[in-house]
Design a protein around this ligand. Structure first.
Ligand code: AMP
Ligand code: MG
Length: 419
């Protein structure tokens, strides 16, 4: 991959002549520009929830560690069931989960779920199938040898592979590691993501709004999105006005502190769009300048120092789409995740829409009842406006309308990503 150096002089026209590339290529370039963070930390199991597993894990312990009863009932020996039933077996003891005595027994033993099956016994008959008769039980039906016993190592065998590096640790993975006796696990260091909201017109919610100003919607949307990624932490640089100096200064600061920098706004080729210039003036390089997508065409991807640079357009809908389709895959790669792509679900359109065939379009959609094929139907929201906050707030997902298609008709199969 070649990264085209960007001259600081390329200010407003920056990228004006750059090639427009398909969105999947742009995402692939963003991922390729992202070297997984090498630092590893050991954290206790609970803190590992949602973090990225740093190394492969093999079992060091059989699970279950001993032959254990899967039922409340009576441990018996297959050899006791000769001739015709019913069979009467004396009850010679009782073992509950956690009992450790190595006592030897005869006949049958009352046994509770999770208790070790005593030496010489191999079968458990559930209590509902045993009649108590004085100091004995009576069993009418011959049990299958080994029934209701969980054999040592039948779930997990010592030495076998358990978990692969690069997965997000979920509660069920933590349960498995706990079952192995692990109190802590090695995970990748959190990816440090710098967040910069550019735009002189922006104010934070909760502060007064003057004429011509708008509230900053992207900041909380991206922070909340990243909050859900427990493998990332945000360094929030707040709002920066549309001046070259201010943007260059904050980028320089962010580049030394962050693994990735996300800016919103100021990436088009207008007179108040200074982000591209500021990246160039800081010695940065941009590999993606224009993408054949709507919304999100002016999205930028490159490097600034050692940090990955992701310049997202300012319209909240464009911010959301470019974040999910291009930025997030790259951040996942930085975090060391083996799967970086969005999760697509098949669905069927329930709308008509005219689109340009030379680009991929992403539209907010609502899920409707499935059709006869069982696939969900999609209603389109907020026709065409990439500034619409209402449409994305009502959406269940984002549908991908592929290039090559100029007219979307009801009944067309498309992919959508739940949001
Ligand atoms: P830009 O990409 O800077 O040209 O911005 C495109 C549009 O998005 C403009 O109308 C901006 O006012 C708006 N915008 C930019 N940043 C934000 C933000 N953080 N929150 C809400 N709207 C924004
Ligand atoms: Mg702007």
């Amino acid at each position: 991959m070649t990264l085209a150096a960007l001259s600081p002089l390329d200010h407003c026209e920056a990228g004006a002549s750059a090639a427009v590339i398909p969105v999947d290529i742009a995402a692939a370039k963003a991922v390729a520009a992202s070297m997984p963070v090498a630092d590893i930390e050991t954290v206790d199991l609970l803190a590992a929830n949602g973090r990225v597993l740093a190394g492969d894990i093999d079992a060091t312990l059989n699970l279950p560690p001993f032959d254990a009863s899967a039922m409340d009932g009576y441990a018996v020996k297959a050899e006791s069931f000769t001739g015709q039933g019913p069979w009467r077996l004396k009850v010679t003891g009782r073992i509950a989960a956690g009992d450790t005595s190595a006592q030897s027994f005869d006949g049958s033993v009352c046994i509770l779920t999770g208790a070790p099956v005593p030496q010489g016994f191999e079968t458990v008959v559930m209590q509902e199938k045993c009649r108590l008769d004085g100091d004995a039980i009576v069993i009418d039906q011959k049990p299958q040898t080994g029934q209701n016993v969980r054999i040592a190592g039948e779930d997990v065998r010592r030495g076998e592979s358990l978990l692969d590096a690069g997965i997000i640790l979920k509660p069920q993975h933590l349960a498995l590691l706990a079952g192995q006796g692990m109190a802590a696990v090695e995970v990748g260091r959190k990816v440090r993501v710098g967040l910069i909201s550019t735009g002189t017109e922006l104010r934070e919610p909760g502060t007064p709004l003057h004429p011509g100003q708008i509230f900053n919607s992207n900041r909380v949307m991206l922070r909340a999105s990243l909050d859900a990624c427990r493998w990332a932490e945000v360094l929030d640089f707040g709002i920066v006005p549309d001046t070259r100096e201010a943007i260059a200064a904050v980028l320089a600061e962010a580049a030394v502190q962050c693994d990735a920098i996300i800016t919103t706004g100021g990436v088009s080729a207008g007179e108040e769009d200074h982000v591209t210039w500021a990246v160039g003036s800081g010695g940065g390089v941009l590999d993606v300048m224009k993408v054949a997508m709507r919304p999100g065409k002016p999205v930028k991807v490159g490097k600034l120092g050692a940090a990955l640079f992701l310049g997202l357009p300012g319209n909240p809908n464009a911010t959301l789409v470019t974040f999910r389709m291009i930025a997030l895959p790259a951040l996942r790669r930085l975090a060391g995740l083996s799967v970086t792509a969005p999760t697509w679900t098949q669905a069927v359109t329930d709308f008509t829409y005219e689109k340009r065939p030379d680009r991929t379009e992403f539209v907010p959609v609502r899920l409707c009842a499935p059709g006869p094929d069982g696939l969900p139907r999609l209603a389109m929201l907020g026709r065409g406006s990439s500034a619409s906050l209402r449409a994305i707030s009502q959406a269940d997902g984002i549908a991908l309308l592929p290039p090559g298609v100029d007219q979307v008709e009801p009944g067309m199969r498309v992919a959508f990503e739940a949001i």
